[in-house]
Design a protein around this ligand. Structure first.
Ligand SMILES: *[C@@H]1O[C@H](CO)[C@@H](O)[C@H](O)[C@H]1NC(C)=O
Ligand SMILES: *[C@@H]1O[C@H](CO)[C@@H](O)[C@H](O)[C@H]1NC(C)=O
Ligand SMILES: *[C@@H]1O[C@H](CO)[C@@H](O)[C@H](O)[C@H]1NC(C)=O
Ligand SMILES: *[C@@H]1O[C@H](CO)[C@@H](O)[C@H](O)[C@H]1NC(C)=O
Ligand SMILES: *[C@@H]1O[C@H](CO)[C@@H](O)[C@H](O)[C@H]1NC(C)=O
Ligand SMILES: *[C@@H]1O[C@H](CO)[C@@H](O)[C@H](O)[C@H]1NC(C)=O
Ligand SMILES: *[C@@H]1O[C@H](CO)[C@@H](O)[C@H](O)[C@H]1NC(C)=O
Ligand SMILES: *[C@@H]1O[C@H](CO)[C@@H](O)[C@H](O)[C@H]1NC(C)=O
Ligand SMILES: *[C@@H]1O[C@H](CO)[C@@H](O)[C@H](O)[C@H]1NC(C)=O
Length: 330
């Protein structure tokens, strides 16, 4: 998992009161696995003590999250999914919901009743909407290239463990002069339990020869301008000519010429001998050439491998290192 994915214990909360035709509704936001706040906004104008009050919170399915009955916590009515996950902040009349999950998003209601001599009298009610977010990890580029001959590179980019579903993911190819955008259909997978999304794209494009290029991956989170950028993947220009290469080829060519000549001479001699002695044909030559062909093919292969090593992406190293981490984390 990338560094961008680690979630601090910090709780970030945005509360915004929407006053709609007298009825108050509150919007609240929490990060996955952190603590969310469900406010009640009770202004205790009569200075009632907790002993005289019955306070409880319910979710949209009328399941009880928390109940404070005349100053005493009553776990009896609390639904099992909220058991041990709440704490009441008496100073602000706010209920804290710990270890928030994606499925916790929705609306909640807080009720305050006055326990008087004639029974319970409702004195306050407030609803709030909780939305849950998870920050996607910083996108990571992984270079899978094997086709350096045609200057075609294949890249994947991925980002993990976010919510909600992002808008778009694409690559930016930057050269000294230009920036071009390369999009692809986003591959989205959602975790069954956490409901978090992983996204990735796979792109292949040709890179201009003898130019240094830098590739960036961009994850656009929503319709606004919120974007996450990968670290750049730099592909340096190949040196125009590899000095040892022509020498090598010349040497092989010379060797082949020598072999052909030697072979020709041998065949000539053998033929003459055969004419004389009527002996079976010799295959020496054919084999020598075959072996030589094989050798030169191997040399070519070696060159291809060397070249693909050159085009290595610095990001790839990062990726391998972080893969190791994920093994220990999960
Ligand atoms: C998520 O990202 C936002 C915006 O970059 C940042 O303010 C917030 O602290 C992050 N939250 C977590 C839990 O990483
Ligand atoms: C509210 O009541 C408490 C005792 O229950 C008292 O100490 C406090 O002064 C009162 N405050 C106001 C503003 O009346
Ligand atoms: C390149 O190709 C070779 C064999 O064709 C393969 O073993 C190797 O894993 C490939 N490398 C990449 C980065 O795809
Ligand atoms: C690169 O992408 C092209 C086109 O999508 C594909 O044909 C080729 O097999 C890919 N090569 C590698 C090494 O993934
Ligand atoms: C960059 O600009 C120069 C001249 O302005 C042009 O000759 C060259 O082809 C351009 N290179 C690319 C990769 O667009
Ligand atoms: C989408 O991503 C998953 C997980 O990374 C992978 O197993 C699957 O093959 C990908 N699908 C496509 C169409 O690329
Ligand atoms: C998403 O990515 C994380 C981290 O790489 C991995 O552990 C998890 O299995 C992935 N989930 C899905 C649904 O692909
Ligand atoms: C997701 O859930 C379905 C059924 O609920 C199950 O068959 C499947 O194996 C689960 N997949 C994962 C990756 O947990
Ligand atoms: C590419 O970058 C390297 C350094 O990373 C530099 O030495 C080289 O001159 C650059 N080549 C071009 C064509 O810009």
């Amino acid at each position: 998992m990338g560094l961008g994915c680690t979630m601090g214990l910090r709780s970030t909360l945005v509360v915004m009161a929407l006053l709609l035709s007298g009825a108050a509704s509150l919007k609240s936001q929490a990060y996955f696995s952190e603590t969310g706040e469900l406010p009640c906004h009770f202004t205790n104008s009569q200075n009632l003590s907790l002993d005289e009050l019955v306070i409880f919170w319910q979710d949209q399915d009328n399941l009880v999250l928390y109940e404070l009955y005349r100053g005493q916590e009553k776990p009896h009515n609390v639904h099992s999914k909220y058991m041990g996950r709440t704490s009441f902040d008496q100073a602000t009349w706010t209920l804290k919901l710990h270890n928030v999950q994606i499925k916790d998003k929705g609306s909640y209601q807080c009720f305050i009743h006055h326990k008087g001599p004639h029974g319970l009298v409702p004195i306050h009610q407030m609803s709030s909407d909780l939305s849950v977010l998870a920050n996607f990890s910083q996108p990571e580029i992984n270079l899978l290239t094997n086709d350096t001959e045609n200057s075609i590179i294949n890249l994947t980019c991925s980002s993990t463990q976010g919510y909600p579903e992002p808008q778009r993911m694409y690559m930016l190819l930057k050269t000294k002069n230009s920036t071009t955008e390369h999009g692809a259909v986003m591959n989205i997978s959602q975790n069954n339990i956490t409901k978090l999304y992983n996204v990735s794209i796979s792109v292949s494009f040709s890179i201009p020869p003898e130019t240094n290029v830098s590739v960036l991956c961009v994850l656009q989170l929503d319709s606004t301008k919120t974007q996450l950028f990968s670290p750049p993947c730099n592909i340096d220009a190949k040196p125009p000519v590899q000095p040892p290469a022509p020498d090598h080829k010349l040497w092989i060519a010379a060797l082949l010429v020598i072999v052909v000549i030697v072979c020709g001479m041998t065949s000539f001699v053998t033929l003459r001998k055969r004419k004389k002695k009527q002996l079976g044909p010799s295959n020496e030559c054919g084999e020598t050439i075959k072996m030589n062909r094989k050798e030169s093919k191997q040399t070519e292969n070696r060159e291809v491998h060397e070249r693909s090593d050159e085009a290595q992406c610095d990001v790839k190293i990062l990726k391998t290192a972080s893969d190791d981490n994920s093994a220990t984390e999960f």
